[in-house]
Every structure is written in C-alpha cells, then in structure tokens.
Design a binder for this molecule. Structure first.
Ligand code: AR6
Length: 532
C-alpha cells in the first residue's frame, strides 16, 4: 500500500504538497479594535525586544481585563503583630517578600504563601522539594537559588514596566486577538511561577475565573492524591526561564480567539467540496514534523488542560516544551463548541522523550523556525477540544459528529485570507482519541472533511499506528477515486448511525459500511440527514 519501498511509513501526498507553498500564519500585526497590541510598532529588529506600548502604565481592575498582580486596586488582608487585619496593596507584599534573600525551598514556599496566606494550610510543595533534594545535584540546587530564582523574580517584578496596557480577556463568542512580545510573556510566566496572580487560586464554581484555566503554578509544585509526580514538566519550565533570563527573547506571539456563529457554519449536507490531499504516516509527531503547517493542539476546553496539574499527554507536553502557550491560560475563557484558539509565533525551548508516565525532559531545543515580518516564529498552533466521551457509541450520533466537524472547521478555517488563496495544510492526528476515548477512524474523516471545507490539505500522524494509516489511506483512495464530496460523505456518516446501531449496540464497523454504501448503486448517499 505505501508508495515505495523506501518510504514504507507514509502514504499519500508529500509534506511539501501539504504545505502548499504557503506560510500558515496570520496577516502582519496591526492594532485595531479587535486586535490589542502591547508593544510599539513598527518593530525594529535589531535583537532587542519590542518596546512596550503605551509608554506609561494604564491600570485597570475590572471584569473585562486580566486582574494584574501589580494593580493598585489589588488589596490583601494582613495581620501584623496581633493587631486586627488590615488591607494592604498586594503588590507591595509581593515585592517585599520576593526581594528577601531566598536560599532554600522552605524559604521560597514561605514567600509564596506570604501573599497567598489563605492557602497556607492547603498547598504543599512536595514536587518542588523532590526536585531540589533528589533530582538536582547540590550544585544545581544552589545555582537555582543563587542565580536563576533572583532572575525569575526580577523578570516578574518588571511586569508593570513591561506590560503597560490592560489585557482584555478573550471571552466566549467574541473574536479578539492579542499580540505580546516574548519578553512580556516571559514576565507573565515568571509571575505565574511565583503564584502572584490575584483571584486565580480558587476552583469554586461561582468564582470570577471559574470558566478560565488556572495560571498560578502552585498545583505543579504539589503532590497529587498522595503521590509525588516526577518533576519533568517543572524541569522544562525551569529550562525555559534559564533561556529567557540569560538572553531576553526578541520575538512576538499572537493569540487569536476564533468564534463562528452557528448561522455562518457550513451546511455540511450541501457541501460540494472534494477531499483535499492527505499525507498519512505512522512515524513522527505534529511538533517535530509539522513545520510550515497549522499544528493541532488536542485541547481541553480550558486550554492547556492539566499542564499545571497532573496531565502529561499531547496538549500538556506541547505546553511545557513551548511554555509561551501557557500564557493563554491567563486570558482565554473556556472554549465553547464553535470556538478555537490560534497561537502564532511561539517558540519551542525543550526536547523530550516518552509520553505520559514516561515523559522526560531531554535538554535544550534550538528552534530554527524562521520569523515573519512581525517577528513571530512561523509556527501556528490551533487549540480545538474534542468531545470527552463516556460512552463511546454516542460519538456516532449526527449531533455529536456535527459538533466535532464544526469544531475542527472553526480551527482550520482562515477568515483573514481571501477565498482561493493558498493555505498551508493542517498537521493533526488522533484528536480526541486518547484521554477523550474517540474513534480515530471517525475523527480522521471528520478532520479531513473540515480541512477540505476550509481549503487545506491534511498531514495525519497516526502516532505509530501502521494499521490505522493503511486503513485510512485505503478508504481515502476509494473516496477520492469515486469523487465523493464532503456533503456526500457527511450524509453517509449520518446514515451510518441510523443503520449500525441496534439497541444501543454497534452492529457494523464504520469503514465496511462506507465501502458497502459506496459500492451499492442504490446507496443512500443522496438522502439528507433528517436528524440535523
Ligand atoms: N503528535 C501526534 N499524535 C500524538 C502526539 C503528538 N505529539 N501525542 C499524542 N498523539 P490526547 P485527546 C496521539 O490523549 O484524546 C489532555 O489532557 C496519541 O495517539 O492528548 O484529545 C487535554 O488537555 C494519543 O493517544 O488527546 C485534554 O483534556 C492521541 O494523539 C485531553 O487530554 C490523543 O492524544 C484531550 O484528549
């Protein structure tokens, strides 16, 4: 089945064909009512980070913007010397605490808890302790406290001079874009490491940020259900800080929330689009081989998922090797069903091996991805969250397939480009088929349909699954040979549900059903799906 003996691991078009001679990025950074830019334009590219914009700090403390740790409105109760507690500006407390000499893990814990005193009984720092006592050598530990930690603190405390405009929250159902310098992001992440963000520590349902991911790193330092996870994610993040503290990064990263109104979504049963090109391989990964493509993050609706907790699968790994993605958690409200988050320009800092329990940090990664005219690495990552399935059979209901098709389409479509313009392909794989338990054979088709509708080719990484690669490629060849359109395929998928479940049990596999329906002259391809 594969095309030639030397390339037995892949089928279909080449990656060059999937790239389509086009960069996957957004148009240049230009401020507008729906694009907030936090640095001065034009960027002077002489190895210096872009200058903050505006010149003087504008403080804002409201429900439309990130509540910054340095805001003069951020107050905290403190009790000094047996007196009644008084409200003090929290940033003063943060500065006083962080400017003390910190030479041990216990001192660092005490400092972090001094401005998070409500949590002193609840947070532990066992992962951090493990790192310094059992993983790092004595030299590495003393180096951390004497050199790296003071640098992280300095970076954090510079935030009010580095990020001078209020940061709008990327709220549901509104397209808005934010562009930061990498240095601004580094300062935000240094604050996250030191757990300075106010109002972000509670998971209570009615709390202000209940629909946002957490951002302070405290959960990463903590043991989970009695077990102390290996500090590999922390190693990646400390490596990132080592890099950005030793040489200030000078690029730019853009975060764009994508929302498509239901009335603007494709009418799938009417689509006349033919399937675009497919490259399918059992070798490689999205991040290693997806250069020049729109790379899919198998996301949680709260982007980053368990990156600051226990999670360590595709999304969490991507976020720790490219930590600028973590900053999205600060301002991105949970994704709704027709929303996605596009991040352009983030840099990869770490190498790794393994996956999940075997994940390990494996040293520095030098990202050679070229930059665009706005100083962004030409790396585009789109976060789309699949359905989390309890009962796997429900994924074949037309309404659930419709949800996944729309979600993928929202992630893949590119409203900034004119119809007919060449778009870079998508790099994806078993989206929704690991932690979320979906069927990769179905998800491949849905992603292929969404990519075709959006005018992009698809590179699909099966993550070592050669059987899946061959089965998908065989069906793909059959579908393209028969010139099956996206609309026809959609109608067939709807028929599959009607025909293949009896009493809630699956009686026919998806691909045999499709082959049979297509080979049958009186197949039901022309029928519309009544369930939508
Ligand atoms: N490149 C290509 N394929 C991959 C890669 C990679 N780097 N890593 C994994 N796979 P999963 P989900 C394949 O479970 O099911 C997170 O916690 C591999 O076959 O990460 O959408 C999020 O925050 C794997 O089994 O994605 C969400 O909460 C499959 O992709 C949740 O998991 C799915 O990877 C999303 O779960």
């Amino acid at each position: 089945m594969p095309e030639n003996e030397n390339e037995v691991l892949r089928c279909g078009a080449t990656l060059d064909e999937i790239r389509n001679g086009s960069a996957p990025c957004l148009p240049p950074v230009i401020p507008s009512h729906d694009h907030t830019v936090f640095f001065q334009l034009p960027i002077v590219t002489c190895g210096q980070p872009p200058k903050p914009h505006p010149d003087n700090l504008r403080d804002s403390w409201d429900t439309d913007h990130v509540r910054m740790p340095f805001s003069k409105h951020s107050l905290y109760p403190v009790q000094e010397g047996g007196e009644q507690s008084q409200l003090r500006q929290r940033w003063e407390l943060v500065q006083e605490a962080l400017l003390k000499t910190i030479m041990s893990c216990q001192q660092l814990e005490a400092v972090i808890l001094s401005y998070n005193s409500k949590y002193s009984e609840r947070w532990d720092f066992l992962v951090l302790q493990l790192l310094f006592t059992e993983v790092f050598s004595e030299d590495e530990t003393s180096n951390f406290f004497s050199t790296l930690l003071p640098q992280i603190i300095q970076l954090a405390l510079q935030l009010p001079t580095l990020l001078t405009a209020p940061v709008p929250l990327l709220v549901q159902h509104r397209n808005h874009t934010l562009s930061f310098s990498q240095l601004q992001i580094a300062s935000l992440l240094a604050n996250a490491f030191l757990c300075t963000f106010p109002r972000r520590n509670t998971a209570k349902r009615q709390s202000e940020y209940a629909r946002y991911p957490d951002i302070n790193f405290n959960r990463l330092f903590q043991a989970a259900e009695g077990a102390v996870p290996k500090p590999e994610k922390l190693k990646c993040l400390l490596h990132y800080f080592r890099r950005v503290c030793s040489r200030a990064p000078d690029g730019v990263v853009t975060y764009a929330r994508r929302y498509v109104n239901h009335s603007d979504l494709p009418q799938w049963d009417k689509s006349q689009k033919l399937l675009t090109k497919l490259h399918i391989t059992s070798q490689g990964t999205i991040e290693d081989d997806g250069e020049g493509l729109l790379q899919v993050d198998f996301a949680n609706k709260r982007v980053g998922g368990g990156v600051l907790g226990r999670g360590c699968v595709q999304e969490e790994i991507r976020f720790v090797i490219c930590p600028e993605l973590i900053a999205a958690r600060l301002f991105t409200e949970a994704l709704d069903s027709t929303e996605a988050l596009l991040v352009v320009g983030c840099e990869r800092f770490s190498n790794y091996t393994g996956y999940s329990n075997t994940f390990e940090w494996k040293g520095n990664y030098e990202d050679m991805t070229p930059r665009d005219s706005s100083g962004r690495r030409m790396c585009s990552i789109v976060a789309i969250d699949a359905l989390k399935l309890g009962n796997r059979n429900v994924q074949y209901t037309p309404s659930n397939m419709h949800r996944e098709l729309n979600k993928a389409y929202v992630g893949f479509h590119c409203p900034e480009f004119q119809p007919g313009e060449r778009l870079a392909g998508v790099a994806s794989g078993n989206w929704g088929c690991g932690a979320y338990r979906g069927d990769a054979k179905l998800k491949t088709l849905l992603q292929l349909m969404a990519a075709s509708q959006a005018g992009r080719h698809l590179a699909y990484f099966t993550f070592g699954d050669a059987k899946l690669r061959d089965q998908v490629y065989h069906l793909y060849t059959y579908l393209t040979d028969h010139q099956v359109t996206v609309g026809q395929l959609w109608r067939l998928l709807c028929k599959y549900y009607e025909h293949s479940f009896r009493g809630g049990r699956l009686i026919t596999e998806l691909y045999p059903f499709l082959y049979q329906a297509l080979s049958n002259k009186s197949n039901p391809v022309g029928t519309t799906c009544s369930m939508l």
